[in-house]
Structure formats: C-alpha cells, structure tokens
Design a protein around this ligand. Structure first.
Ligand SMILES: Cc1cc2nc3c(=O)[nH]c(=O)nc-3n(C[C@H](O)[C@H](O)[C@H](O)COP(=O)(O)O)c2cc1C
Length: 323
C-alpha cells in the first residue's frame, strides 16, 4: 500500500480549521423548569432502520493506505466501544489495489456493531457486493461528489451512469442503502431526484465543515473558490428540507460540537455524521479519545436538560429562532 490521494485528503483535512457556519444562526428555546434529571435523558435514535444508542455516527473517510488502515483501526475500536455506527471511506481502491482490502477489513475485525460500506456511483452491483462482503456490512453508502470530481485533475467527467447504477444497486440489495454528499450539500433538486428513484436514507452532508473544493484546490494547486457558491450549508439544507413520507434524513458537514448535533435533530435529522471531529481524535491516545467522546455524550445530555426534553424524538418540537 502506498501514499495515496486518500492520504493527501487526510493531511489537508486535518489542516482545515473549524469555522463558523449556519448552525450559529439558530437559537433554541431553553427551559428553566425542565423537571428532568440527567438520568432521564435517553439519547437513542435510529440510523438506516437500526436502533442506535446515541444520535451520531462516524462518517465515511478513509481506507486504502497504511495510514488509512491505522485510522480505521483506531476509529473502529472507538465505534465498538460506544456501539456507534461506522462508515468506511470509499472502497473503490480495493478494485485497483487488492492489498488495500486489509484497511477495510480491520473495521469489521474491531467493530461488532453497525458497519457501512461506501462506494462511488460508477460501481457495478457485483463491486458493491464485494465491498459489502469485505466488512460484512449492515448497509451501503453511495457518495455523490460531482463538484469534487470536476475539481480533481484526475476526477470523473462523465456522469451518465450514476442515476441508473444507483437505482439498480438499490433495488438489488437486501440491506439499507444511504446516499450521501461529501460536504457540499444536496440541493432540493438532488434530494427530489433521489426520492423519486426510491431512496429512503439521505445524508445531506452540507458545507460548514470539511470542504473538498479547498482540499482539491490545494492538491491541484488551482483555485476553485468560485465554485463555493454551489456549497449549501448543512443547517440551511435542514431548514428548507421538504418532508417526504418514509424518507429519513441524516445531517453531516460541519457538525463541530454537541450543540450542532442537537440543532440538527431539532431541524428534523434522525442522526448526525461526524468526520472531521473523529479525524481529530486520531491525534490523541485511545484513552484521551474515549474521554472526549464521553464528554461529548454528557454534553448532549446537558443540552437536552436545558431544552427540557428527555427523548430525541421530542426534539423536533423545540422552538427555535434564526438570527
Ligand atoms: C479525510 C476525509 C476523507 C473523506 N473521504 C470520503 C470518502 O471516501 N467517501 C465519502 O463518502 N465521504 C468522504 N468524506 C466526506 C465525509 O464523509 C463528510 O461528508 C464531509 O467530510 C463533511 O463532514 P465533516 O465536516 O464532519 O468533515 C471524507 C472526509 C474527510 C475529512
């Protein structure tokens, strides 16, 4: 396994700083008579039809290189410790470099809970099934990243197969399929198209966190800042989300802290995907990382108390204002 594009993504993503985003413009109404104890708070939710103990998961990041193997090893041990779902990064590298499969298999080796495979929409059904097989995955994610591909020197330029491939893979698998963006955010038009082809699980993955326009601009030594107008902030997507019967939405992209998780749930998400937040943990020792996740969970409970809400399902009734 060699230094890959994925390693460059990791290095550049680690350098990106937390920035303010539209979650900061949302104010939730507090309750000074909450009539609750912290022990009453139940953070359980659902993800892809599975029950999960906390309303967040480790979102798709990496695989392929030695460094990716180490990151997946570290994060899958954390996922197992908390019984939280973990999605791998794109598994397309498995089909170019068979030795890279180890960096994905390690996730299932460590994690007895919910594991999600991750492919791009050019893959065949057979490749999707091999990706699932490598981790005995409980679900499949297909990521849509048109802007990232177009910004990448070596990226795709032909997107004619995507919609049919997704439809075909989705209708031939007997595990849940989630379609996700990669931090630029799904427009209403994209969401509508996904719903029309029968997709039931969508991670809007908007902007406000990791930006692949920035990452690929640095990699390619080019300036694609002018495409930033296409990035849609995660909180903004959630605020304008139409309700579709039977369709579940998840929020990722710029989820920086427990407050952003709670705000996403108030705005209708079932759970949140965190990438950069978990990537930052890989700089710590395992014990230090566990302390950070413990604190994150405790802080989610504290926010629920402040809102006077004991269950995740009640959060959608919390009033909010925009500033
Ligand atoms: C280093 C890195 C690599 C990523 N690789 C993938 C990938 O292979 N497949 C994918 O679906 N998303 C990938 N993503 C996108 C994330 O899943 C997520 O959509 C995006 O980073 C926004 O979340 P964040 O702001 O919490 O980082 C990657 C993100 C990072 C930081």
């Amino acid at each position: 396994m060699s230094l890959t594009r994925k390693d460059e993504h990791i290095n550049l993503a680690q350098k990106q700083k937390n920035k303010s985003n539209y979650f900061d413009n949302i104010l939730l109404e507090s309750d000074d008579l909450p009539n609750l104890s912290i022990d009453d708070i139940d953070l359980s939710s659902t993800f892809l039809g599975y029950d999960i103990p906390y309303p967040f998961y480790i979102n798709g990041m990496t695989g392929g290189s030695q460094k990716a193997l180490e990151i997946n090893d570290f994060l899958s041990k954390i996922a197992n410790h908390y019984h939280i779902p973990m999605m791998s990064g794109s598994q397309s590298i498995m089909f170019k470099d068979p030795s890279s499969i180890k960096s994905f298999e390690i996730i299932r080796k460590n994690h007895k809970g919910i594991v999600i495979s991750n492919i791009n929409p050019n893959m065949t059904l057979e490749m999707a099934m091999q990706s699932i097989e490598a981790m005995q995955s409980n679900a499949l994610a297909i990521h849509l990243n048109v802007i990232q591909e177009l910004v990448m020197k070596e990226g795709d330029r032909d997107f004619r197969k995507w919609e049919d491939n997704i439809k075909y893979i989705h209708s031939n698998l007997n595990i849940p399929v989630i379609i996700k963006q990669v931090g630029a955010g799904f427009s209403n038009k994209s969401i509508n198209k996904l719903v029309n082809i029968g997709i039931k699980h969508i991670d809007v993955s908007g902007s406000g966190g990791t930006s692949f326009i920035d990452i690929e601009s640095s990699r390619g030594n080019s300036d694609y800042n002018f495409l930033k107008g296409f990035e849609i902030d995660t909180a903004n997507i959630l605020l304008n989300l139409k309700k579709y019967e039977g369709v579940n939405f998840y929020a990722s992209g710029g989820i920086r802290n427990p407050m952003d998780v709670i705000k996403s749930l108030v705005l209708g998400a079932n759970a949140c995907g965190l990438s950069k937040w978990f990537l930052d943990l890989t700089q710590l020792t395992f014990e230090e990382a566990l302390k950070k996740v413990d604190q994150f969970i405790t802080d989610l409970k504290k926010i629920m108390i402040i809102l006077g809400v004991s269950k995740v399902s009640e959060l959608s009734r919390v009033p909010y204002t925009l500033i």
